[in-house]
Design a protein around this ligand. Structure first.
Ligand SMILES: NC(=O)C1=CN([C@@H]2O[C@H](COP(=O)(O)OP(=O)(O)OC[C@H]3O[C@@H](n4cnc5c(N)ncnc54)[C@H](OP(=O)(O)O)[C@@H]3O)[C@@H](O)[C@H]2O)C=CC1
Ligand SMILES: O=C(O)[C@@H]1CCC=N1
Length: 270
């Protein structure tokens, strides 16, 4: 069965499920092939209205209708969501929850459960997620292939050993928030110097997009690319010196490590 023929259900229709659904619809999956189970909240109403998908507060109905279930509730809500999922046999479960291990997911879904743990990011909404994928004990090669297909449809996906998924969570799962902070702060700098907010934000965002594209397309070390911008005695090295004085690179490294540690801690709570 191709991805476009699969019935995909979501347990939880909040921010991240919506990002993935939006991406899948952009990719060309029919809304008729997507269902979501959600507490009857504004998130549910928005998913129904915005995406035209089937939305219900009956998780078991979503499971019945779907071949693949994407667990998209907060880590603390997984046990409850799965306890209301009804007959989970013969289904593939893909969890996007931070920190929740394959071992605990398999215990919650059932002993023979086909489980895949993934960590996408919010950029799925514009088909630019960076996603790590780890296959559970009973998931087949076909299951891993379909998970790769789903997350490759909404960005870049790679299979990775589960012991590295917390690091993926700290880096690319949480990373968009760090980059949004950079864009906000750079735009503030532009506004400080007289640019209007909209212009400053557009210039900041396009600069991040362009710089990221150069790293991806050239494969060059970012430090070497930085050197290409820094004219001797010029403007850029003045700014770079300020960032170094404020230990900005160390702060970003530490932010990724802190988010990774938190993902590990969430896993130990289970
Ligand atoms: N946000 C992000 O950028 C990313 C998030 N993730 C992971 O995705 C998951 C979801 O995060 P996010 O989308 O941000 O969270 P949200 O709170 O936006 O979405 C979760 C939704 O699930 C609903 N929900 C809770 N319990 C149940 C239940 N038993 N049955 C059905 N629906 C339920 C919640 O309702 P209510 O609000 O009433 O509780 C909420 O609307 C988390 O596990 C997170 O770790 C992964 C990558 C990136
Ligand atoms: O902050 C969180 O816990 C989730 C997981 C990765 C991004 N957001």
């Amino acid at each position: 069965m191709t991805l476009k023929e699969q019935k995909i259900g979501f347990l939880g229709a909040g921010k991240m499920a919506s990002a993935i659904i939006k991406g899948l619809l952009k990719y060309g999956i029919s809304p008729e092939n997507i269902a979501a189970g959600e507490r009857w909240t504004p998130a549910a109403e928005a998913a129904r209205k915005d995406f035209g998908i089937f939305v219900t507060d009956d998780n078991a109905d979503v499971v019945r209708r779907s071949d693949i279930l994407i667990i998209a509730v907060k880590p603390k809500d997984i046990a409850e969501a799965l306890s209301t999922a009804g007959d989970t046999e013969h289904k593939l479960f893909i969890s996007i929850a931070a920190g929740v291990t394959i071992n605990s997911l398999e215990k919650l879904v059932g002993s023979n459960a086909r489980v895949i743990r993934v960590m996408p990011n919010i950029c799925a909404t514009v088909l630019q997620s960076a996603t790590g994928i780890s296959r559970g004990t009973n998931a087949t090669a076909d299951d891993a292939a379909i998970a790769m297909e789903i997350f490759s449809a909404i960005g870049v996906a790679l299979e990775i050993n589960e012991n590295l998924l917390d690091a993926v969570t700290g880096l690319s799962g949480s990373g968009p928030a760090f980059i949004f902070q950079i864009i906000e702060a750079m735009a503030d700098g532009g506004v400080y110097s007289g640019l209007d907010r909209a212009t400053a934000q557009m210039l900041a965002a396009q600069t991040v997009l362009g710089a990221a594209t150069m790293v991806v397309e050239s494969g060059m070390h970012p430090g070497a690319l930085k050197d290409m911008v820094c004219s001797p005695g010029g403007t850029t090295i003045e700014g770079v010196a300020v960032l170094e004085q404020r230990a900005v690179r160390a702060a970003f490294t530490d932010a990724v490590i802190a988010a990774t540690d938190k993902s590990e801690q969430l896993g130990k709570k289970k």
